[in-house]
Structure formats: C-alpha cells, structure tokens
Design a binder for this molecule. Structure first.
Ligand SMILES: CC(C)(COP(=O)(O)OP(=O)(O)OC[C@H]1O[C@@H](n2cnc3c(N)ncnc32)[C@H](O)[C@@H]1OP(=O)(O)O)[C@@H](O)C(=O)NCCC(=O)NCCS
Length: 202
C-alpha cells in the first residue's frame, strides 16, 4: 500500500500487521531545554475542553529551571513521537483523606492539536501508568475529565482506567460550572485488554 494512503494510526490498533506499516514510537521522557519553546508556545484554545483561562507562556520554562518539571508530588514528562515533542503528560498528588496512605496521583495530558486523534493520547496514558507504578509505590492513579470530553474518556478507558462516577460542578470552565467524570487505575487492575502498538515496537 502507498504509505501516503495508509489509514491513520488510530484506526489500526489491531491492524498493524495488516497494513505492515511502522507503529508510531510514542515514548515519555523528561523535558529538555529544546522542548520548552515548543510546548510553552502551544496554542491556547479558548473553546477547548481543557481551557481554564490563558496560561503563562513561560510556565514550563519556569518549572524546568526549578526542578526539571520532576518532583514526587508534581511532575510533567514530554510525550514524544520519535523523540519530537507532541505534548505533555503530568501528575499531581491528591489526598482522599488526611493520612499519608490516602494519597493518590492524578494524571493529566495535553497533546498539540495536530497530534490529536492518532492514538497517542491512549498510548501516553498507558505509559504514564506503567511509569508511575514501576517507579513509585503509589496504589491509585486518578484522572478527571470534562463530561463532554469524549476523546479523553475513550482514551482513559483504552488505557485501562475505570470510570468511577460523575462529580457535580467539579470545575468552572467556559462561564459555567461543569460536571466531570472521575477515572482511576489501581496497581493490580488488569492491563488494558485492547491490542495496540507499544512504545518500543518498530
Ligand atoms: C484528550 C486527548 C489526550 C486524547 O488523545 P488522542 O490521541 O487525541 O486520542 P486517541 O487518538 O488516543 O483516541 C482516544 C479515543 O477517543 C476517540 N476520539 C478521538 N478524538 C475524538 C473526538 N474529537 N471526539 C470523539 N472521540 C474522539 C477515538 O476514537 C478513541 O476512541 P476509540 O478507540 O474507543 O474509538 C487529546 O485529544 C488532547 O490532548 N486533547 C486536548 C487536551 C485534553 O482534552 N486533555 C484532557 C484534559 S482532561
């Protein structure tokens, strides 16, 4: 098949062999200085489901100078496609009660607009779960998304997260209080069933 006519990666999770085309090599890696200009200047879509007002255009740069955007309670990694930045994915600590054992990590992701809808968000959220479960003792990962963010809800489900329920008026966005859907993935939850490319496949 003419590679130019090959279907988008999102439609070939189970069909990589069928089309014999390389799967995208999506990886997560720490920020580097050359990523900052790309990701700090990414478009800010006022109509987007993840828009909560304008963000500083030096936000990543500032935190990179402080700690490379990596700490136990708050971290961000680059979502890279063949090493080039296509977005960021991060975590922050949340507490479901006062004791230390009630701590969970909530993940969030934003891909550059031109890289959405190709399966990268699903892969990246699988990879962040693998990373956090293999490098920390965390038991519970959480993710919250707008009730209308269908792409993120599908991506989380495809990445092995379980839909737990609806949080009423959990955040204010676009001039109104919005309900969100809370997802979680526990350390011993079954791996996502769906066949899809892995980060290391060629
Ligand atoms: C949400 C986001 C991370 C999803 O990643 P993605 O790579 O675009 O999504 P994928 O290609 O992995 O697709 C995931 C699923 O969503 C579906 N999907 C993708 N784009 C969609 C859209 N615009 N509308 C509805 N469904 C969509 C896909 O069909 C797939 O579902 P399926 O496999 O069950 O058919 C990405 O689109 C993004 O960064 N959006 C802007 C920021 C954002 O919303 N972040 C989350 C904030 S809580």
């Amino acid at each position: 098949m003419d590679p130019a006519k090959a279907p988008a990666a999102s439609s070939v999770y189970g069909g990589v062999a069928r089309y014999r085309r390389p799967v995208p090599r999506v990886t997560l890696r720490p920020f580097r200085a050359d990523d900052l200009a790309v990701l700090d200047s990414s478009p800010q879509d006022a109509d987007g489901l993840a828009f909560f007002g304008f963000r500083a255009t030096n936000g990543f740069t500032r935190r990179y100078a402080e700690n490379g955007l990596l700490s136990v309670d708050h971290g961000n990694l680059v979502v890279a496609l063949d090493d080039a930045p296509v977005g960021d994915i991060g975590w922050f600590a949340v507490h479901n009660g006062p004791p230390a054992v009630a701590r969970a990590l909530n993940i969030g992701i934003e891909l550059l607009p031109e890289h959405r809808g190709h399966g990268y968000g699903t892969i990246a959220q699988r990879l962040i779960a693998d990373h956090l479960f293999s490098t920390t003792t965390i038991e519970r990962l959480e993710a919250s998304t707008d009730i209308d963010n269908i792409a993120e809800q599908h991506a989380l489900a495809n990445a092995g997260f379980t839909r737990e329920g609806r949080l009423r008026h959990a955040w204010f966005r676009a001039g109104a209080w919005r309900d969100t859907i809370l997802y979680s993935r526990l350390r011993n939850d079954p791996a996502p069933a769906r066949t899809m490319p892995t980060a290391t496949a060629d």
